[in-house]
Design a protein around this ligand. Structure first.
Ligand code: VG1
Ligand code: CO
Length: 544
């Protein structure tokens, strides 16, 4: 294999965010941009000669050329085998599973997740380590440092690989294996859930369902598992064909972006269960006939009922949630006397807890839930979890949710996103918030008395690493919280996320609309951060 060393110049903006490096496609198309980042990753890793790398992406625009480029750089850097999803496709959880199943050294996942795709939209790349999970911060920091001084990359002079043909090729010392992106993942799902019960419940018509793949990666997965294996009617999966631009939409599974699903779940002929997933298949939105389940509640309900699922019948070792996720799961953990961990936003912080066997389930308010079966959040897994729950409990989604609230109380919750805020304004808001923190504790605002106000800092209980500045928290005496964070996945300006939460124990008040129930906290949040005042905006761009 002929290897070339190509001279390059460093870019100064290759710092990975919450989940990998995300930029506009046009940025990635600059000379050497992708190459630099991939070489910076390989330069920061050690002892991988002859080892296996998993490679795949969510199929968005630029996926295929990027994979061909990466194959050549990986070959030149000495990997022994590349396992690639057919067509260059792999959902994020399926990639995580392939890394684990094949004892691979790591994997590169090409995705910008829920961000839009297309020539003028977003692309992304993320490195996952040998446990199948996103690279922890010590790696991502090293990648960035290396990218600032890189002056050359290595590439192999080989022809493009035919990504569409399943099979193995040998190119000198390199083996390239093109695999069915769905098969191993489907088998894993079969080992976790009660597929016979699901087949019966769907076949008998007890469960009717609608899954919106949003023209993203989960289409082929949902068709194979829900339709071919479990017998759902083919029209149960909508927007099933992956498109490079996701049909021009945001592949973001929430009521705002999964419009068709939202409409059908709230009309008179609504199916029993409805769900959607995001660009790379790691997120999930759960709905039932005339009900939307907030992700924080979904995590808590899953934890409370996990013993009904074959793989978790022995109970949970512990649970974890990201800091802005509601405290609903904490109540379940307390009731069952299992540990509950609070981590910063981003799946990379769950990896150590999962590896150490401290937790079995974990989740985030941003439509992500997962378990120790892989090291990523997993959209279809959550869908199958809920289907299995409905089949076992023989209850509609709304009843499951209401029963849960009766037992544990309801953590009324919502998130407001202000997108593409000018950087200077966003930084000004954060500074303004930080300046107030020391004076807030003890102050009373209406029925809310501030108990603590700080910037969240996390110490990993497994390796002792510390991650600071992970969001601003204002907590009140009655358990309510307001949290402010700047997004680490956007590509235009800054996105301010405001998370609001209030506990309601009284079952007669559980049916309130969240925005109404949280109105006082919402206006307090504005008083603290002044986003409307400073931007002239009147409302958030997205409310979830
Ligand atoms: C967002 C979510 C976070 C999630 C991350 C990656 O990050 O808030 O919970 O882990 O996206 O998810 P941020 O920094 O924009 O708030 V995905 O599905 O984009 O890989
Ligand atoms: Co995603």
């Amino acid at each position: 294999m002929q290897i070339e060393i190509i001279t390059t110049h460093p870019y100064n903006d290759q710092s990975p965010g919450t989940s990998g490096l995300r930029k506009k496609v046009k940025v990635f198309q600059q000379t050497g941009y992708l190459e630099n980042f991939v070489q910076s990753i390989f330069d920061s890793l050690h002892n991988f000669t002859g080892k296996t790398l998993v490679l795949g992406g969510d199929g968005r625009y630029f996926n295929r050329p990027a994979i061909q480029t990466i194959i050549k750089i990986a070959a030149a850097n000495g990997f022994g085998e590349l396992i690639i999803g057919q067509g260059g496709l792999l959902s994020t959880p399926a990639a995580s599973h392939l890394i684990r199943k094949n004892n691979a050294f790591g994997g590169l996942i090409l995705s910008a997740s829920h961000n839009p795709g297309g020539p003028d939209e977003d692309f992304g790349i993320k490195y996952n380590v040998g446990n199948g999970g996103p690279a922890p911060e010590k790696y991502t920091n090293a990648f960035f440092q290396r990218s600032l001084s890189i002056d050359s990359y290595k590439t192999a002079r080989i022809d493009d690989i035919d990504l569409d043909c399943i099979g193995a090729y040998q190119i000198d010392g390199l083996k390239v294996t093109i695999v069915d992106p769905v098969a191993d993942y489907a088998e894993l799902m079969q080992s976790i859930f009660d597929f016979n019960l699901l087949k019966q419940s769907i076949g008998s018509g007890y469960i009717t369902l609608l899954f919106d793949a949003m023209h993203a990666i989960t289409g082929p997965y949902a068709k194979r598992i829900l339709v071919d294996m479990l017998g759902a009617t083919p029209d149960s999966v909508i927007n099933a064909e992956p498109l490079e631009d996701f049909g021009g939409h945001h592949p973001d599974p929430n009521l705002a972006h999964a419009k068709e699903l939202a409409e059908r779940m709230f009309n008179s002929k609504a199916p029993v269960f409805g769900a959607a997933s995001d660009g790379d298949g790691d997120r999930n939105m759960i709905t039932g006939s005339h009900i939307f389940v907030t992700p924080s509640d979904s995590l808590a309900i899953m934890a409370a009922n996990a013993h009904l699922i074959p793989a978790y019948a022995q109970g949970l070792r512990g649970v974890a949630r990201s800091m802005p996720t509601s405290q609903a799961v904490d109540r379940v953990a307390a009731r069952y006397n299992i540990p509950c961990y609070e981590t910063p936003t981003g799946w990379k912080f769950f990896g150590n807890l999962l590896d150490a066997g401290k937790i079995t389930l974990c989740g985030e308010e941003s439509f992500g839930t997962g378990s120790d079966h892989v090291r990523e959040k997993d959209g279809l897994w959550a869908v199958l979890f809920w289907l299995n729950l409905i089949a076992r409990k023989r209850q509609p989604v709304a009843d499951i949710v209401h029963e849960h609230w009766q037992k544990f109380g309801r953590d009324i919750y919502c998130r407001h996103d202000y997108e593409a805020v000018e950087m200077d304004i966003a930084n000004g808001i954060v500074e303004h918030l930080v300046n107030q923190l020391s004076a807030l504790p003890g102050q009373t605002f209406g029925e809310y008395k501030v108990k603590y106000a700080d910037e969240f800092s996390y110490e990993d209980s497994v390796d002792g690493s510390v991650s600071s500045k992970q969001g601003i928290r204002i907590g009140f005496d009655n358990g309510s919280r307001i949290i402010f964070r700047l997004s680490g996945t956007g590509t235009v300006g800054a996105t301010l996320r405001i998370y609001l939460e209030r506990f309601e124990a009284d079952a007669s008040k559980h049916d309130q609309d969240a925005q109404t129930a949280l109105a006082e906290l919402i206006s307090l949040a504005e008083q603290f951060c002044e986003i409307k005042k400073r931007t002239g905006r009147t409302a958030p761009d997205v409310v979830t």
